[in-house]
Design a protein. Structure first.
Length: 301
């Protein structure tokens, strides 16, 4: 699991106008540039200016909400408060929804997807020992998730950096859909589409673009363990610290960007057989493209 916001990419939202509104689609786009989710951001909406302005405002609102919920760097975020106190009473609905998805993916991946690796990341980042003790704190099964509260075991801390970018991407897609936009590609760290088709390149830090996918109404997330090194090791960590990533890059396609994000993170640490078993437990249509260190690839699902 990644315990830092290390897979940040240039955030871009490019949306065509309402279906059937050809003149609007040909109009000059409305754009916004700035920063969101810790990344340089650009939003481009091909729609009549009033609708485009509303769409940009809606997207930014969702990104701000995601930051307020899931940021490790904002001490006032819901996640920071949970890590600081060990309990989050009456968790906001999106936070609870994400936590429950973590439970499902944790089970589907036989425990490999585990947001409780934050103490392990911190111990590795500090150096000087403490890694074994930190590894003993991991274990999503120790986290209690109910509608009334989310409670950590003593010493635990969470990171949602293997799933929060995907969740934020899905939040933006849903908000733009509620406005009536019918052809939208959102890239808020992962890709999610309303309508389509859109051509998406799957890229690896060393091998470059290694595959092209056509995306219609679905989501794709990509994880590359070698994109960042931590004390000489990949930044995606196994909760038991007993294995290293097996793939150079994994891209997962699913109906949900959050699910795709979580699965791509975990699959980096799993064998082909383990991934096949996990895909059988995940929603139908979930697929994984695996890029080996030598550049060979295969798609499962």
């Amino acid at each position: 699991m990644s315990a830092k916001l290390t897979r940040r990419r240039f955030l871009a939202i490019s949306a065509a106008a309402l279906g059937g509104a050809a003149p609007a689609a040909r109009a000059a786009p409305v754009t916004w540039q700035g920063f969101a989710l810790g990344a340089e951001a650009r939003l481009t909406i091909h729609a009549p200016p009033p609708l485009a302005d509303r769409a940009i405002a809606a997207a930014l609102s969702q990104l701000r909400q995601a930051e307020q919920l899931f940021s490790l760097y904002d001490p006032a975020s819901a996640l920071s408060r949970l890590n600081r106190t060990g309990v989050l009473k009456n968790p906001p609905p999106p936070f609870l929804d994400l936590a429950r998805l973590c439970t499902r993916v944790h089970a589907a991946t036989a425990g490999v997807f585990d947001p409780s690796v934050q103490p392990l990341w911190q111990a590795l980042a500090r150096g000087g020992g403490g890694v074994r003790a930190a590894a003993r704190l991991t274990g999503w099964h120790k986290v209690s998730v109910t509608a009334r509260e989310i409670r950590l075991a003593p010493g635990q801390a969470l990171t949602f950096n293997g799933i929060a970018q995907g969740y934020a991407t899905g939040m933006v897609r849903a908000a733009l859909g509620r406005l009536g936009l019918e052809r939208v590609l959102v890239n808020a760290g992962e890709f999610a589409a309303l309508g389509g088709p859109f051509r998406i390149g799957l890229a690896d830090p060393d091998h470059g673009v290694f595959a092209i996918r056509s995306l219609t109404g679905r989501a794709i997330a990509t994880s590359s363990p070698g994109a960042l090194r931590l004390q000489g090791a990949a930044h995606i960590l196994h909760p038991a610290r007993d294995r290293r990533p097996l793939w150079a890059t994994v891209s997962t396609e699913a109906g949900s960007a959050a699910l795709a994000d979580a699965a791509s993170t975990a699959f980096c640490l799993m064998s082909e057989g383990e991934i096949t078993a996990a895909l059988a437990r995940l929603p139908a249509g979930t697929k994984a493209t695996l890029l080996a260190q030598d550049g060979s690839q295969k798609t499962l699902g």
